[in-house]
Design a protein around this ligand. Structure first.
Ligand SMILES: Cc1cc2nc3c(=O)[nH]c(=O)nc-3n(C[C@H](O)[C@H](O)[C@H](O)COP(=O)(O)OP(=O)(O)OC[C@H]3O[C@@H](n4cnc5c(N)ncnc54)[C@H](O)[C@@H]3O)c2cc1C
Length: 389
Protein backbone atom coordinates (compact mmCIF):
# COMPACT_ATOMS: atom_id res chain seq x y z
CA UNK A 1 0.00 0.00 0.00
CA UNK A 2 1.40 3.45 -0.89
CA UNK A 3 1.94 6.12 1.81
CA UNK A 4 -0.85 8.71 2.28
CA UNK A 5 -0.12 12.17 0.81
CA UNK A 6 1.10 14.63 3.49
CA UNK A 7 -0.79 17.95 3.33
CA UNK A 8 1.02 21.10 4.46
CA UNK A 9 0.76 24.92 4.15
CA UNK A 10 4.45 25.42 3.44
CA UNK A 11 7.21 23.03 2.48
CA UNK A 12 10.81 24.17 3.07
CA UNK A 13 13.44 22.18 1.20
CA UNK A 14 16.96 22.28 2.65
CA UNK A 15 18.45 21.89 6.12
CA UNK A 16 21.28 24.44 5.89
CA UNK A 17 21.28 27.60 8.01
CA UNK A 18 18.85 29.40 5.67
CA UNK A 19 16.35 26.51 5.40
CA UNK A 20 16.24 25.87 9.16
CA UNK A 21 15.90 29.57 9.98
CA UNK A 22 13.07 30.02 7.49
CA UNK A 23 11.15 26.99 8.82
CA UNK A 24 11.32 28.46 12.34
CA UNK A 25 10.32 31.95 11.26
CA UNK A 26 7.25 30.69 9.38
CA UNK A 27 6.25 28.29 12.18
CA UNK A 28 6.51 31.24 14.58
CA UNK A 29 4.00 33.06 12.37
CA UNK A 30 1.58 30.16 12.91
CA UNK A 31 2.01 28.32 9.59
CA UNK A 32 2.21 24.54 9.33
CA UNK A 33 5.62 23.77 7.89
CA UNK A 34 7.14 20.58 6.52
CA UNK A 35 10.92 20.62 6.37
CA UNK A 36 12.65 18.20 3.97
CA UNK A 37 16.40 17.66 3.95
CA UNK A 38 18.78 14.74 4.15
CA UNK A 39 20.52 14.29 7.53
CA UNK A 40 23.89 16.09 7.56
CA UNK A 41 26.83 13.74 8.06
CA UNK A 42 29.81 16.12 7.89
CA UNK A 43 30.29 18.90 10.48
CA UNK A 44 30.51 22.38 8.94
CA UNK A 45 33.72 23.93 10.35
CA UNK A 46 33.03 27.39 8.89
CA UNK A 47 32.05 30.41 10.92
CA UNK A 48 29.57 33.09 9.95
CA UNK A 49 29.60 36.75 10.88
CA UNK A 50 26.06 37.71 11.90
CA UNK A 51 25.71 41.40 11.04
CA UNK A 52 23.52 43.50 13.36
CA UNK A 53 20.28 43.14 11.34
CA UNK A 54 20.70 39.36 11.53
CA UNK A 55 21.34 39.53 15.28
CA UNK A 56 18.08 41.50 15.63
CA UNK A 57 16.26 38.91 13.54
CA UNK A 58 17.53 36.12 15.82
CA UNK A 59 16.50 38.16 18.87
CA UNK A 60 12.97 38.32 17.47
CA UNK A 61 13.08 34.55 16.91
CA UNK A 62 14.07 34.32 20.60
CA UNK A 63 17.17 32.37 19.65
CA UNK A 64 19.85 35.00 20.19
CA UNK A 65 19.99 34.37 23.93
CA UNK A 66 20.95 30.77 23.13
CA UNK A 67 23.72 31.87 20.76
CA UNK A 68 24.99 34.96 22.56
CA UNK A 69 27.51 33.17 24.78
CA UNK A 70 29.05 31.49 21.71
CA UNK A 71 29.31 34.72 19.70
CA UNK A 72 32.36 36.98 19.47
CA UNK A 73 32.03 40.70 18.66
CA UNK A 74 33.70 42.11 15.56
CA UNK A 75 34.64 45.69 16.34
CA UNK A 76 37.34 46.47 13.77
CA UNK A 77 37.64 45.32 10.18
CA UNK A 78 41.16 45.79 8.85
CA UNK A 79 42.13 45.59 5.19
CA UNK A 80 45.82 45.07 4.45
CA UNK A 81 47.13 45.16 0.89
CA UNK A 82 49.25 42.01 0.74
CA UNK A 83 49.89 42.19 -3.02
CA UNK A 84 53.30 42.73 -4.55
CA UNK A 85 51.87 45.05 -7.14
CA UNK A 86 53.12 48.41 -8.29
CA UNK A 87 50.09 50.21 -6.86
CA UNK A 88 49.34 49.17 -3.29
CA UNK A 89 46.54 50.45 -1.11
CA UNK A 90 47.26 51.76 2.40
CA UNK A 91 46.07 49.70 5.41
CA UNK A 92 42.49 50.70 6.16
CA UNK A 93 40.74 50.17 9.51
CA UNK A 94 36.97 50.35 9.81
CA UNK A 95 35.87 50.73 13.44
CA UNK A 96 32.29 50.12 14.55
CA UNK A 97 32.65 52.90 17.15
CA UNK A 98 32.90 55.40 14.27
CA UNK A 99 29.29 54.65 13.39
CA UNK A 100 28.24 54.56 17.05
CA UNK A 101 27.90 50.79 17.16
CA UNK A 102 29.21 48.39 19.78
CA UNK A 103 30.23 45.95 17.00
CA UNK A 104 29.65 45.39 13.27
CA UNK A 105 28.37 41.96 14.12
CA UNK A 106 29.16 38.73 15.94
CA UNK A 107 31.05 35.73 14.68
CA UNK A 108 29.57 32.28 15.31
CA UNK A 109 30.55 28.73 14.44
CA UNK A 110 28.13 27.29 11.87
CA UNK A 111 28.06 24.02 13.85
CA UNK A 112 26.79 25.91 16.96
CA UNK A 113 24.13 27.76 14.96
CA UNK A 114 22.93 24.55 13.27
CA UNK A 115 22.74 22.75 16.64
CA UNK A 116 20.60 25.51 18.20
CA UNK A 117 18.31 25.73 15.13
CA UNK A 118 17.84 21.94 14.93
CA UNK A 119 17.07 21.69 18.67
CA UNK A 120 14.46 24.44 18.38
CA UNK A 121 12.85 22.82 15.32
CA UNK A 122 12.49 19.53 17.21
CA UNK A 123 10.45 21.40 19.85
CA UNK A 124 8.02 23.01 17.39
CA UNK A 125 4.68 21.26 17.07
CA UNK A 126 3.87 22.88 13.73
CA UNK A 127 7.06 21.72 11.99
CA UNK A 128 7.15 18.21 10.54
CA UNK A 129 10.63 17.09 9.60
CA UNK A 130 11.26 14.56 6.85
CA UNK A 131 14.84 13.31 6.46
CA UNK A 132 15.13 12.83 2.73
CA UNK A 133 15.89 14.32 -0.68
CA UNK A 134 13.26 15.89 -2.89
CA UNK A 135 13.33 14.19 -6.27
CA UNK A 136 10.45 15.75 -8.21
CA UNK A 137 8.15 18.79 -7.95
CA UNK A 138 5.00 19.16 -10.07
CA UNK A 139 2.14 21.66 -10.02
CA UNK A 140 -1.45 20.34 -9.84
CA UNK A 141 -4.66 22.27 -9.08
CA UNK A 142 -2.75 25.30 -7.69
CA UNK A 143 -0.70 23.07 -5.35
CA UNK A 144 2.88 21.81 -5.48
CA UNK A 145 3.29 18.03 -5.33
CA UNK A 146 6.68 16.78 -4.12
CA UNK A 147 8.17 13.33 -4.03
CA UNK A 148 10.81 12.73 -1.33
CA UNK A 149 13.16 9.79 -1.11
CA UNK A 150 14.00 8.76 2.46
CA UNK A 151 16.18 5.85 3.66
CA UNK A 152 13.10 3.63 3.90
CA UNK A 153 10.48 4.81 1.39
CA UNK A 154 9.26 7.53 -0.96
CA UNK A 155 6.91 10.14 0.53
CA UNK A 156 4.51 12.41 -1.27
CA UNK A 157 3.67 15.96 -0.12
CA UNK A 158 1.00 18.36 -1.33
CA UNK A 159 1.80 21.93 -0.32
CA UNK A 160 0.32 25.37 -0.89
CA UNK A 161 3.79 26.93 -1.20
CA UNK A 162 7.26 25.48 -1.70
CA UNK A 163 10.46 27.21 -0.57
CA UNK A 164 13.75 26.15 -2.09
CA UNK A 165 16.52 26.61 0.47
CA UNK A 166 18.32 23.73 -1.17
CA UNK A 167 21.65 25.35 -1.96
CA UNK A 168 23.55 26.16 -5.11
CA UNK A 169 22.31 23.13 -7.13
CA UNK A 170 18.69 23.76 -6.08
CA UNK A 171 16.18 21.20 -7.36
CA UNK A 172 13.37 23.75 -6.87
CA UNK A 173 15.17 26.20 -9.18
CA UNK A 174 15.74 23.48 -11.77
CA UNK A 175 12.19 22.07 -11.57
CA UNK A 176 10.79 25.55 -12.16
CA UNK A 177 13.09 25.98 -15.19
CA UNK A 178 14.67 29.11 -13.74
CA UNK A 179 17.58 30.31 -15.83
CA UNK A 180 20.64 31.68 -14.02
CA UNK A 181 23.64 33.86 -14.66
CA UNK A 182 26.59 31.91 -13.36
CA UNK A 183 30.32 32.33 -13.58
CA UNK A 184 33.49 30.71 -12.28
CA UNK A 185 36.46 32.21 -10.46
CA UNK A 186 39.92 30.63 -10.55
CA UNK A 187 39.61 30.27 -6.76
CA UNK A 188 38.86 27.83 -3.92
CA UNK A 189 38.42 28.75 -0.24
CA UNK A 190 40.46 26.90 2.34
CA UNK A 191 38.81 27.05 5.76
CA UNK A 192 40.50 26.14 9.04
CA UNK A 193 40.20 27.12 12.70
CA UNK A 194 43.23 27.85 14.86
CA UNK A 195 44.42 29.11 18.24
CA UNK A 196 46.99 31.92 18.45
CA UNK A 197 49.29 33.41 21.04
CA UNK A 198 48.48 37.13 20.81
CA UNK A 199 45.02 38.63 21.19
CA UNK A 200 43.24 39.66 18.00
CA UNK A 201 41.70 42.67 19.83
CA UNK A 202 38.20 42.11 18.33
CA UNK A 203 39.71 42.70 14.87
CA UNK A 204 38.94 40.81 11.71
CA UNK A 205 41.89 41.15 9.31
CA UNK A 206 41.62 40.76 5.57
CA UNK A 207 44.93 40.50 3.65
CA UNK A 208 44.24 41.21 0.00
CA UNK A 209 46.50 39.12 -2.23
CA UNK A 210 46.76 38.57 -6.00
CA UNK A 211 44.86 35.27 -5.70
CA UNK A 212 42.13 36.51 -3.33
CA UNK A 213 41.62 37.58 0.29
CA UNK A 214 43.19 35.80 3.26
CA UNK A 215 40.76 36.60 6.08
CA UNK A 216 41.14 35.97 9.80
CA UNK A 217 37.91 36.26 11.76
CA UNK A 218 38.19 36.02 15.58
CA UNK A 219 36.22 33.37 17.52
CA UNK A 220 37.64 34.42 20.90
CA UNK A 221 40.57 36.62 21.95
CA UNK A 222 42.97 33.78 21.16
CA UNK A 223 41.28 31.70 18.49
CA UNK A 224 40.07 32.44 14.99
CA UNK A 225 38.77 31.06 11.73
CA UNK A 226 40.67 31.48 8.49
CA UNK A 227 39.08 31.81 5.06
CA UNK A 228 41.94 31.69 2.58
CA UNK A 229 40.95 32.17 -1.03
CA UNK A 230 43.59 30.77 -3.35
CA UNK A 231 43.94 29.08 -6.72
CA UNK A 232 42.47 25.53 -6.73
CA UNK A 233 45.98 24.13 -7.42
CA UNK A 234 47.50 25.92 -4.41
CA UNK A 235 44.65 24.79 -2.14
CA UNK A 236 45.18 21.20 -3.29
CA UNK A 237 48.87 21.49 -2.33
CA UNK A 238 48.05 23.17 1.02
CA UNK A 239 45.65 20.36 1.90
CA UNK A 240 48.53 17.89 1.57
CA UNK A 241 50.57 19.71 4.23
CA UNK A 242 51.04 18.11 7.65
CA UNK A 243 49.52 19.92 10.65
CA UNK A 244 52.93 21.29 11.69
CA UNK A 245 53.81 22.51 8.19
CA UNK A 246 50.48 24.24 7.78
CA UNK A 247 50.88 25.96 11.16
CA UNK A 248 54.24 27.34 9.94
CA UNK A 249 52.75 28.33 6.56
CA UNK A 250 49.96 30.30 8.25
CA UNK A 251 52.26 32.00 10.73
CA UNK A 252 54.56 33.14 7.89
CA UNK A 253 51.64 34.33 5.78
CA UNK A 254 50.41 36.41 8.75
CA UNK A 255 53.92 37.74 9.36
CA UNK A 256 53.52 36.37 12.93
CA UNK A 257 51.23 39.24 13.97
CA UNK A 258 49.17 36.78 16.08
CA UNK A 259 52.22 34.84 17.31
CA UNK A 260 52.36 31.03 17.33
CA UNK A 261 49.55 29.21 15.51
CA UNK A 262 48.00 25.88 16.54
CA UNK A 263 45.41 24.28 14.24
CA UNK A 264 42.10 23.38 15.90
CA UNK A 265 40.26 21.75 12.98
CA UNK A 266 41.02 19.83 9.83
CA UNK A 267 41.14 22.15 6.82
CA UNK A 268 38.13 22.04 4.48
CA UNK A 269 37.85 23.45 0.96
CA UNK A 270 34.94 25.19 -0.78
CA UNK A 271 34.97 25.98 -4.51
CA UNK A 272 34.18 29.63 -5.26
CA UNK A 273 31.61 30.54 -7.85
CA UNK A 274 29.04 33.18 -8.67
CA UNK A 275 25.40 32.62 -9.49
CA UNK A 276 22.27 34.68 -9.50
CA UNK A 277 18.88 33.32 -10.52
CA UNK A 278 16.86 35.27 -13.09
CA UNK A 279 13.71 34.71 -11.04
CA UNK A 280 13.45 34.33 -7.27
CA UNK A 281 9.82 33.22 -7.27
CA UNK A 282 6.54 32.91 -9.12
CA UNK A 283 3.05 31.74 -8.08
CA UNK A 284 3.51 29.11 -5.31
CA UNK A 285 7.28 28.86 -5.07
CA UNK A 286 10.30 30.92 -4.01
CA UNK A 287 14.03 30.32 -3.72
CA UNK A 288 16.13 31.70 -0.86
CA UNK A 289 19.78 31.64 0.27
CA UNK A 290 22.30 29.98 -2.03
CA UNK A 291 19.51 28.50 -4.16
CA UNK A 292 19.01 32.11 -5.35
CA UNK A 293 22.46 33.73 -5.01
CA UNK A 294 26.04 32.51 -4.61
CA UNK A 295 29.15 34.67 -4.40
CA UNK A 296 32.65 34.59 -2.87
CA UNK A 297 32.86 34.79 0.95
CA UNK A 298 34.04 38.40 1.11
CA UNK A 299 32.60 40.96 3.52
CA UNK A 300 30.31 38.48 5.38
CA UNK A 301 27.34 38.91 3.07
CA UNK A 302 25.94 35.48 2.01
CA UNK A 303 24.01 34.26 5.04
CA UNK A 304 23.00 37.80 6.01
CA UNK A 305 21.45 38.24 2.55
CA UNK A 306 19.67 34.89 3.04
CA UNK A 307 18.15 36.17 6.29
CA UNK A 308 16.79 39.19 4.43
CA UNK A 309 15.24 36.75 1.90
CA UNK A 310 13.49 35.00 4.81
CA UNK A 311 12.25 38.28 6.30
CA UNK A 312 10.74 39.40 2.98
CA UNK A 313 9.15 36.03 2.27
CA UNK A 314 7.67 35.68 5.76
CA UNK A 315 6.03 39.12 5.39
CA UNK A 316 4.56 38.22 1.99
CA UNK A 317 3.30 34.80 3.05
CA UNK A 318 1.72 36.38 6.13
CA UNK A 319 0.01 39.15 4.16
CA UNK A 320 -1.00 37.73 0.75
CA UNK A 321 -3.65 35.06 0.10
CA UNK A 322 -2.95 31.97 -1.99
CA UNK A 323 -5.08 33.49 -4.75
CA UNK A 324 -2.38 36.14 -5.26
CA UNK A 325 0.98 35.68 -6.97
CA UNK A 326 3.04 35.40 -3.78
CA UNK A 327 6.18 34.14 -5.55
CA UNK A 328 6.23 37.13 -7.86
CA UNK A 329 5.72 39.58 -4.97
CA UNK A 330 8.76 38.00 -3.30
CA UNK A 331 10.80 38.26 -6.52
CA UNK A 332 9.99 41.96 -6.79
CA UNK A 333 10.82 42.57 -3.13
CA UNK A 334 14.23 40.91 -3.34
CA UNK A 335 15.71 41.60 -6.78
CA UNK A 336 17.39 44.94 -5.99
CA UNK A 337 19.16 43.85 -2.78
CA UNK A 338 20.25 40.47 -4.20
CA UNK A 339 21.62 41.93 -7.44
CA UNK A 340 23.39 44.82 -5.68
CA UNK A 341 25.17 42.50 -3.22
CA UNK A 342 26.02 39.79 -5.76
CA UNK A 343 27.56 42.16 -8.29
CA UNK A 344 29.19 44.32 -5.58
CA UNK A 345 31.07 41.35 -4.12
CA UNK A 346 31.90 40.14 -7.65
CA UNK A 347 33.46 43.51 -8.53
CA UNK A 348 35.49 43.58 -5.33
CA UNK A 349 36.81 40.08 -5.94
CA UNK A 350 37.65 40.81 -9.57
CA UNK A 351 39.48 44.03 -8.64
CA UNK A 352 41.84 41.84 -6.57
CA UNK A 353 42.39 39.33 -9.34
CA UNK A 354 42.96 41.92 -12.05
CA UNK A 355 46.51 42.62 -13.24
CA UNK A 356 45.20 45.57 -15.22
CA UNK A 357 46.99 48.66 -13.87
CA UNK A 358 44.02 51.10 -14.04
CA UNK A 359 41.92 48.61 -12.01
CA UNK A 360 44.68 48.35 -9.39
CA UNK A 361 44.91 52.15 -9.28
CA UNK A 362 41.17 52.46 -8.80
CA UNK A 363 41.16 49.91 -5.97
CA UNK A 364 44.17 51.56 -4.28
CA UNK A 365 42.68 55.02 -4.71
CA UNK A 366 39.27 53.80 -3.47
CA UNK A 367 40.77 52.39 -0.27
CA UNK A 368 42.89 55.51 0.24
CA UNK A 369 39.81 57.74 -0.05
CA UNK A 370 37.87 55.45 2.29
CA UNK A 371 40.76 55.51 4.74
CA UNK A 372 41.09 59.29 4.83
CA UNK A 373 37.61 60.67 4.15
CA UNK A 374 35.50 60.06 7.25
CA UNK A 375 31.96 60.70 5.90
CA UNK A 376 32.52 58.33 2.97
CA UNK A 377 34.07 55.70 5.26
CA UNK A 378 31.03 55.93 7.56
CA UNK A 379 28.69 55.56 4.59
CA UNK A 380 30.63 52.54 3.27
CA UNK A 381 30.54 50.88 6.71
CA UNK A 382 26.80 51.39 7.05
CA UNK A 383 26.18 50.07 3.52
CA UNK A 384 28.36 47.04 4.27
CA UNK A 385 26.32 46.00 7.28
CA UNK A 386 22.80 46.88 6.17
CA UNK A 387 20.97 48.01 3.03
CA UNK A 388 18.41 49.74 5.30
CA UNK A 389 20.46 52.81 6.15
C1 LIG B 1 34.14 29.67 3.23
C2 LIG B 1 32.84 30.40 3.39
C3 LIG B 1 32.68 31.35 4.42
C4 LIG B 1 31.48 32.06 4.55
N1 LIG B 1 31.38 33.02 5.53
C5 LIG B 1 30.22 33.76 5.62
C6 LIG B 1 30.08 34.81 6.61
O1 LIG B 1 30.97 35.09 7.41
N2 LIG B 1 28.90 35.51 6.65
C7 LIG B 1 27.88 35.23 5.79
O2 LIG B 1 26.82 35.88 5.85
N3 LIG B 1 27.99 34.24 4.86
C8 LIG B 1 29.13 33.50 4.75
N4 LIG B 1 29.23 32.52 3.82
C9 LIG B 1 28.08 32.21 2.97
C10 LIG B 1 27.13 31.28 3.72
O3 LIG B 1 27.87 30.19 4.25
C11 LIG B 1 26.04 30.78 2.79
O4 LIG B 1 25.36 31.91 2.26
C12 LIG B 1 25.04 29.92 3.54
O5 LIG B 1 25.70 28.87 4.20
C13 LIG B 1 24.06 29.34 2.56
O6 LIG B 1 23.17 28.55 3.28
P1 LIG B 1 22.00 27.79 2.56
O7 LIG B 1 21.17 27.21 3.65
O8 LIG B 1 21.34 28.67 1.55
O9 LIG B 1 22.69 26.62 1.70
P2 LIG B 1 23.40 25.28 2.17
O10 LIG B 1 24.10 25.45 3.46
O11 LIG B 1 24.18 24.80 0.98
O12 LIG B 1 22.20 24.27 2.45
C14 LIG B 1 21.50 23.61 1.42
C15 LIG B 1 20.68 22.50 2.06
O13 LIG B 1 19.83 21.93 1.06
C16 LIG B 1 19.86 20.52 1.16
N5 LIG B 1 19.47 19.97 -0.15
C17 LIG B 1 20.14 20.06 -1.32
N6 LIG B 1 19.45 19.40 -2.29
C18 LIG B 1 18.33 18.89 -1.69
C19 LIG B 1 17.22 18.12 -2.14
N7 LIG B 1 17.12 17.71 -3.42
N8 LIG B 1 16.24 17.78 -1.27
C20 LIG B 1 16.31 18.18 0.05
N9 LIG B 1 17.34 18.92 0.52
C21 LIG B 1 18.32 19.27 -0.33
C22 LIG B 1 21.30 20.22 1.58
O14 LIG B 1 21.41 18.93 2.13
C23 LIG B 1 21.50 21.32 2.62
O15 LIG B 1 20.93 20.93 3.85
C24 LIG B 1 30.42 31.80 3.66
C25 LIG B 1 30.56 30.84 2.64
C26 LIG B 1 31.77 30.16 2.49
C27 LIG B 1 31.92 29.15 1.36
Amino acid sequence: MSNPVILTDICVIGGGMVGLTSALKLAQKGMNVTLCAPKETVEDTRTTAFLMDTVKFFEELELWRRLEDKAFPLKTMRIVDGTNRLIRAPQTDFKSSEIEMEAFGYNLKNADVLRVLNAEIDKQENILRIDGSVETIDTKDNREILSIKTDTDVKSISTGFVIGADGRNSIVRQSKNVTVKDWQYPQTALVVNFAHERSSEFTSTEFHTETGPFTIVPHTHNSAGLVWIETPENVEELLKQSKETMEKTLEEKMQSFLGKITLKSSPQSFPIKGLVANSFGEENWAIIGEAAHVFPPIGAQGFNLGVRDIEALAKILGRYTNQENRGQAYHRARRHDINTRTYGVDMLNRSLLSDFLPVQMLRGFGLQVLGSFKPLRKYAMKMGISPNI
